[in-house]
Design a protein around this ligand. Structure first.
Ligand code: AMP
Ligand code: ZN
Length: 467
């Protein structure tokens, strides 16, 4: 079945055809590690994870590369302001290198908590200065650069096809724009290499053919993507904010050096909003995953919440909707847990294919996850399927959903530690030691299980959200 994906380059949903049959090269812009990733950033990584899983579900072999921006991302996209890493260093009192390491590890933990698959290749900007310098040299040799007192800039007016992603016309932008111009010739020009300011010692700086300094933000992705995936590969993704500047400039650099658009398909995840505002690290108004977890939410409830909206529309975050997602996920797991495959041996096969087809049609229609959730609920309620068939389908669909729906299906969900405490509590009750019995009940509750005393003795179950 054809996979259709919305390509920002053509502004249409296109059939996805990889360059090499059966294989996909995919580059995903990674985090700027000067602070924690917020749940808006994580929405974009969840979308990219689902994209990769959907391609793999279709039998394609994906090679995913993700960068870590640990230098060069200035406060303003117009190449002005302080380097975010140096600013993070001032904020925390640690070195830029230390905070890069700390927030990279925090980001990897977020990926694990959200069941996001790690890329096949991680690449840090600071480990690839040589490749970035070489790419700038290549652009310079082709005649697309000029020098100012603070750096080497890309001359966007020289590139006929500048702005293919946004349909920007450089000349139109020139009239009456208010952009921090400095010595730039055109508002859309951008830094390839920035010189270390006179008289200051930056924590992160390198020698280069143009003078001591550091690379501009966009060059890292062009250089590293081409190194690991070649100068033209299949899919490049990021958040919607990358369209106008970051990805537009990645394409410009690659057109200048290699004559390609870097990737054939450019996909963008739309923003998570907090009320009417976009969630942004720079505004300081942001939520991190750990905050949700500290409030008792399962991180996968956030993943479920993200599936309630299509990746190409903005999604508004509220605790009410996250709570609804948590309840839905708990109910889903409870339904799946009831599916003991040994109980219902009636393999009639009716409808099974239908659900698989519907599921594939939904993911291959530009990753329609809200529809996928509806299909999952429909199949669980469908009495024409037996438990084994339902479990088989859920297991299969969870390869894309990544909600860990079947991990405890058909088996006891009570860990040994809890079972031992229940046993001890039983002994305490037999000895009429009510204080010890109550103490054990509270201990068990702390571990997120509820003990209830009924006529037939104790029963134990995982706590429900909010209990
Ligand atoms: P950054 O760490 O700022 O470089 O951003 C990491 C990724 O998150 C990029 O792909 C951004 O486009 C994306 N992003 C930033 N803010 C949001 C948001 N509010 N919602 C969804 N994605 C976002
Ligand atoms: Zn990038």
């Amino acid at each position: 079945m054809a996979i259709k994906l919305y390509n920002t380059l053509s502004r249409t949903k296109e059939e996805f055809v990889p360059l090499k049959t059966g294989q996909v090269g995919m580059y995903t812009c990674g985090p700027t590690v000067y602070d924690y990733a917020h749940i808006g950033n994580l929405r974009t990584y969840i979308f990219e994870d689902v994209l990769r899983r959907a391609l793999e579900y279709n039998g394609l072999q994906v090679n995913q590369v993700m960068n870590i921006t640990d230098v060069g991302h200035l406060e303003s996209d117009a190449d002005s302001g302080e380097d975010k890493m140096e600013k993070g260093s001032r904020r925390t009192g640690k070195t830029a290198w230390e905070i890069a390491e700390e927030y990279t590890q925090a980001f990897k933990k977020d990926l694990r908590d959200l069941n996001i698959q790690e890329p096949h290749i991680w690449c840090k900007a600071t480990d690839h200065i040589k490749e970035q310098v070489e790419t700038i040299r290549c652009i310079e040799e082709k005649g697309y650069t000029y020098r100012t007192s603070d750096g080497i800039y890309f001359d966007t007016a020289k590139l006929k096809k500048y702005g293919v992603l946004t349909k920007i016309v450089v000349q139109d932008l020139m009239a009456g724009v208010r952009i921090e111009m400095g010595e730039k010739k055109h508002p859309t020009d951008f830094a390839l290499w920035k010189f270390s300011p006179e008289g200051t010692q930056r924590q992160m700086e390198w020698e280069s053919p143009w003078g001591k300094g550091f690379p501009g933000w966009h060059i890292e992705c062009s250089a590293m993507a081409a190194k690991y995936l070649g100068p033209l590969f299949d899919i490049h993704c990021g958040g919607e904010d990358a369209i106008a500047v970051h990805h537009t400039n990645e394409i410009a650099q690659t057109q200048a050096c290699h004559g390609t658009n870097l990737a054939n398909y450019w996909l963008h995840g739309y923003f998570l909003q907090l009320g009417q505002e976009k969630m942004a690290k720079s505004s300081g108004e942001f939520l991190i995953l750990q905050t949700l977890m500290d409030k008792g939410y399962d991180p996968l409830a956030y993943r479920y919440f993200c599936f309630t909206g299509h990746y190409r529309s903005q999604l508004s975050f509220t605790y009410e909707s996250l709570t609804a997602a948590q309840r839905a996920l708990e109910n889903l797991r409870a339904e799946v847990k009831k599916l003991d495959p040994t109980l219902d041996p009636s393999p009639d096969g009716k409808g099974e294919d239908g659900y698989k087809k519907k599921f594939l049609a939904a993911i291959n229609d530009d990753l329609n996850m809200p529809q996928v959730l509806a299909i999952v609920w429909d199949l669980l309620k469908d009495n024409s399927l037996d438990a084994a068939q339902k479990l088989g389908l859920i297991k299969d669909f969870d390869r894309v959903l990544g909600l860990k729906l079947t991990e405890s299906a058909g088996e006891s969900a009570i860990p040994k530690e809890i079972a031992d405490m229940i046993q001890k509590r039983q002994e305490a009750r037999t000895a009429k030691n009510w204080a010890e019995s109550d103490r054990l009940r509270d201990e068990i509750a702390k571990l997120s299980f509820m003990v209830e005393d009924g006529p037939k003795g104790q029963t134990v179950r995982p706590k429900k959200f909010g209990e």
